[in-house]
Design a binder for this molecule. Structure first.
Ligand SMILES: [Zn+2]
Length: 354
């Protein structure tokens, strides 16, 4: 374990407040929503421990305090222009899942294939903040996947133990009893990101808790850079089983351009060696797999449909164009190694030495 992984004095830095619904639009609605948020926010801010204990019945024995390093780095100490993390509104408390904040009716009114609309109806989605990414020569089957709406301002990163429902979806897929780490070793990192369609979304990755703070900071920096991310969902039952070995199906995730981290699987494309990937320890993060493909030792490019990006490494939305790119530095400046510089490059991959 490297020095920067040593967990020092933990202090809570952010406990988000799970609201019953996402922030509505419009000034009046904003005010109503704000009034709802204030008491909860005060609760989170002033009587932090009590609030957390009250809202996290499912945290279980894996519950751990939040690293103060994340607070410092995310709020003010980062060399990158990371926006401060406001106390309000927050993201989910330990024990809750992102989906819990999105009523089905709300999600269904946000068609994933729509890059925007004129906003002529109160039920319609407002226009995106950023322009949609133009169509690329190679794209995943779903250009604009359905993502959860952003929570709060800025990146609004939050770290918690693995919520019960998330763990239930992981068990038997990205985690099994043969895995080298367990639930207590892992953290759930939620953060807002910029979708390819220009909207702000909220995603989550599961990582080893030793790198949770720096993972949160890296994604907060990507947010500040307006770096586009297709989707960010933990590896779980929704991806199915890995057809080549233990773990959830990373091949499906790569084709779908999913950003994820923990997955208890062997090194991809070389499963016969039965060598645990650093993803099996939660020490590696894959970002925008389609635009940043992985080249196995035998030369096979994963995902196959993303082969275009094996050689087209110039600056483009969602692409880590080089080691000196500001997007790659969002991770490498924090001690991550980027796989894009390897002899068999893994452009999507950032890892921390165990
Ligand atoms: Zn990887």
């Amino acid at each position: 374990m490297s020095p920067q992984l040593t967990r020092g004095a933990f202090v809570p830095f952010q406990f988000a407040v799970r609201l019953a619904m996402p922030p509505p639009m419009g000034l009046a609605a904003d005010m109503a929503w704000f009034l709802r948020a204030v008491p909860l926010g005060l609760c989170a801010t002033l009587v932090l421990g009590g609030c957390v204990a009250g809202v996290a019945p499912s945290a279980g024995p894996a519950a751990s305090p939040i690293s103060g390093a994340a607070n410092t780095a995310l709020a003010s100490g980062s060399p990158s222009p990371v926006p401060p993390m406001p106390a309000l509104p927050g993201s989910g408390p330990p024990g809750s899942a992102p989906s819990a904040s999105v009523p089905p009716s709300s999600a269904s009114s946000f068609p994933p294939s729509s890059p925007g609309n004129p906003g002529s109806s109160p039920t319609q989605r407002p226009s995106p903040v950023l322009p949609p990414v133009p169509k690329a020569p190679a794209e995943p089957a779903v250009r604009f996947p359905k993502n959860e709406p952003a929570v709060g301002d800025g990146a609004n990163a939050a770290i918690s133990p693995i919520p019960d429902d998330v763990w239930a979806s992981m068990s038997g897929y990205s985690w099994t009893k043969s895995c080298p780490v367990g639930r207590a070793d892992l953290s759930y990192v939620q953060v807002n990101f910029w979708g390819f369609d220009g909207y702000r979304y909220r995603g989550a990755v599961v990582v080893n808790k030793a790198i949770a703070s720096k993972t949160a900071e890296a994604f907060a920096t990507l947010y500040a850079q307006q770096f586009r991310i297709r989707q960010m969902r933990p590896m779980d039952s929704s991806w199915g089983h890995n057809p080549k070995g233990p773990g959830a199906n990373d091949y499906a995730a790569m084709e779908a351009d999913n950003t994820s981290a923990f997955n208890c699987r062997y090194v991809g494309g070389e499963e016969s060696r039965k060598v645990w990937s650093n993803h099996a320890y939660g020490y590696a993060v894959d970002v925008n797999d389609f635009e940043n493909p992985y080249v196995a030792n035998d030369g096979t490019v994963y995902p196959p449909d993303g082969t275009y990006f094996r050689t087209h490494r110039g600056a483009a939305p969602g692409v880590f164009s080089g080691a000196s790119s500001k997007a790659a530095k969002a991770f490498t400046s924090l001690g991550f190694t980027w796989g894009g510089t390897w002899s068999h490059p893994d452009f999507q991959h950032f890892e921390v030495a165990r």
